[in-house]
Design a protein around this ligand. Structure first.
Ligand code: XMP
Ligand code: MG
Length: 189
């Protein structure tokens, strides 16, 4: 029921130490980015490519904010060995369904942390002869960058802390939180 879901959401929220970005801030930012993206790709053959699973919320809200229609496809990659650090080793778990030759590809991501995953994905997609490849990410951690990634649209630069919510998980939990925040220490112990 709606009521029990609201209670669940409140319970989930109790595990947050602090909220970095509210639902309202996320939605306002995505509206702004969607306007810029629509202008950039007007009249072009745009394909939105989401990176599973973290980008599901960003994609859902961005595509609804976009005043232009564009097909969506998904990729799933594994970049983390164990824990919360990027290993730099990327493996495709699910490839795109469609051929991107000649298409203007916009990669939609939840977060750019070390940048290792996205730079690998971008190079991989660029090798398939698209017309262009650009990146839109909701979050970026400038202090965590290990490689330079040219990201055309960034929602928010955040401190170098592990965050959850709005698609981002800790051990597959908390993806459903409507805001982005850091977890309280008790969750980790
Ligand atoms: P990199 O380091 O390669 O990030 O840029 C790869 C993927 O790791 C996930 N990631 C996070 N997930 N909280 C999360 O829940 C974080 O703070 C975080 N940092 C990175 C994310 O899926 C990203 O695409
Ligand atoms: Mg991700």
């Amino acid at each position: 029921t709606v009521r029990s879901r609201a209670v669940d959401a409140a319970d989930m929220g109790k595990d947050l130490e602090k909220v970095l970005i509210t639902e309202e801030q996320i939605h306002a930012k995505l509206e702004e980015l969607a306007g810029e993206i629509a202008t950039e790709y007007a009249g072009k053959d745009l394909l939105l490519v989401g990176v599973l699973k973290g980008a599901v919320m960003v994609m859902a809200d961005l595509m609804r904010a976009l005043p232009i229609s564009a097909p969506v496809d998904w990729m799933a990659v594994s970049s983390y060995g164990s824990g919360t650090k990027s290993s730099g080793v990327v493996r495709i778990l699910k490839d795109l369904d469609v051929d991107i030759t000649g298409k203007h590809v916009l990669i939609v991501e939840d977060i750019v942390d070390s940048g290792l995953t996205l730079s690998w994905i971008r190079a991989n997609l660029a090798s398939r002869s698209p017309a262009s490849v650009e990146i839109c990410t909701l979050l970026r951690k400038p202090d965590a960058a290990k490689v330079e990634v040219d990201v055309k649209w960034v929602g928010f630069d955040i401190p170098n802390e592990f965050v959850v919510g709005y698609g981002l998980d800790y051990a597959e939990q908390y993806r459903g939180l409507r805001q982005v925040g850091t977890l309280a220490p008790h969750v980790y112990s």
